[in-house]
Ligand binder design. Structure first.
Ligand code: PLP
Length: 361
């Protein structure tokens, strides 16, 4: 029986990447030792990191005026690093946050420790089932930056496009949709993401930041919280998570070999459509996100009763469909279908959903 893992994060990795890690685990690069047993200062590891830079620039079409930072502490350390580094871009320590779910709120609360934070748009009144209308927003020209969460992992909503803020840098938490589709860098000041959803193991985060935003950290700033320290040391001011950087290398090569971000997007669209069609075609399942704002990464839905949900989770697991339980904040079920999830996994889930609804509906 094939097993398909729908976990929200840490999430499944591509099978060929896992196989390669296994194959070269105790003998990496012909060195007779593991990649996690060598110095991060060795020429072999430095070459791997340089190759990561090249792969990211090429695959994501990242412009030269952006710096690539490999940071510690996952996505949530960025919730602190962003205000510590960027609030000082303008006098007044003001930033504006768009609140579209659980992680967006956590990011905003963390930033409030450092400055004056305005919530300019929120989906709270709709229980985050849809994205707020940014047409009505009062952008503050004195804001150092605006923070947006591109994909709301718990609630299953996703921005299809980013707002044009003119001079104000847009900071995007893209943890759950980074590199799942091409990126319009002209709208981005800083994009960050924890690696554990689309890019590999947890702990590592990628921060892609416009170079003119560096060097403005509010002082004193702890060394490992300062973007310019990462930028000035090729992200090796101390020992980085070498395993995660190695896994990232293989995943970027996998994305490239599969055809890049536009192919990822096409596949992700088709995968999401496969599940949403089952939801929309039945009275049994109910999508929790409004149609226009639905995510192609996290498909969230409910069943008619909690009892049915429990049976659904038990039987789907027995059928090889893992980790479909929704986040406790939202309830219901959730299928996370990041880049590595193959269409076959989604087809298996769609068949199971139809079968279960027929049996119980
Ligand atoms: C998962 C997630 C996070 C949290 O990531 P950590 O690496 O655990 O800190 C933050 N933001 C979004 C949008 C996420 O999906």
């Amino acid at each position: 029986m094939s097993i398909y893992n729908f976990a929200a994060g840490p999430a499944m990795l591509p099978i060929p990447v896992m196989k390669q890690i296994q194959d070269e685990w105790i003998n990496w690069n012909g060195m007779g030792v593991s990649v996690i047993e060598i110095s991060h200062r060795s020429k072999e590891f430095e070459a791997l990191l340089a190759e990561n830079d090249e792969l990211i620039r090429e695959v994501a079409d990242l412009p030269d005026d952006f710096e690539i930072l490999y940071t510690h502490g996952g996505a949530q350390m960025q919730f602190s690093m962003v205000p510590m580094n960027l609030l000082g871009l303008k006098p007044g320590n003001i930033a504006q946050y768009i609140e579209t779910g659980n992680f967006a709120s956590i990011a905003r609360k963390e930033a409030e420790k450092f400055g004056h934070i305005e919530i300019i748009a929120t989906g709270e009144a709709d229980n985050f089932s849809k994205l707020p209308d940014l047409g009505q927003v009062n952008w503050n020209p004195d804001a150092s930056y605006v923070h947006l969460t591109s994909n709301n992992t718990l609630f299953g909503t996703q921005w299809k496009a980013y707002p044009d803020l003119g001079e104000t840098p847009l900071v995007i938490d893209a943890t759950s949709d980074i590199f799942s589709k091409p990126i319009d860098w002209s709208r981005v000041g800083l994009m960050y993401g924890g690696a554990q959803k689309n890019l590999g193991p947890s702990g590592l985060a990628l921060a892609l930041v416009r170079k003119d935003l560096l060097g403005k950290a509010t002082q004193p700033c702890p060394k490992l919280m300062d973007y310019s320290v990462y930028a000035g040391n090729h992200s090796m001011a101390n020992t980085p998570n070498t395993f995660a950087l190695y896994a990232l290398n293989l995943i970027m090569k996998w994305i490239k070999a599969e055809g890049g971000l536009s192919v990822m997007e096409e596949r992700n669209q088709t995968k999401a459509k496969t599940i949403y069609e089952v939801i929309d075609g039945s009275d049994f399942y109910q999508g929790t996100a409004q149609e226009a704002d639905r995510s192609i990464m996290n498909v969230t839905f409910t069943l008619p009763s909690d009892e049915m949900l429990q049976e659904f989770l038990k039987e789907s697991q027995a059928a090889g469909l893992y980790a479909l339980k929704g986040h406790r904040v939202v309830g219901g079920a959730r299928a996370s279908i990041y880049n590595p999830m193959p269409q076959e996994g989604v087809d298996a889930l769609a068949s199971f959903m139809k079968f279960f609804a027929q049996k119980r509906g």
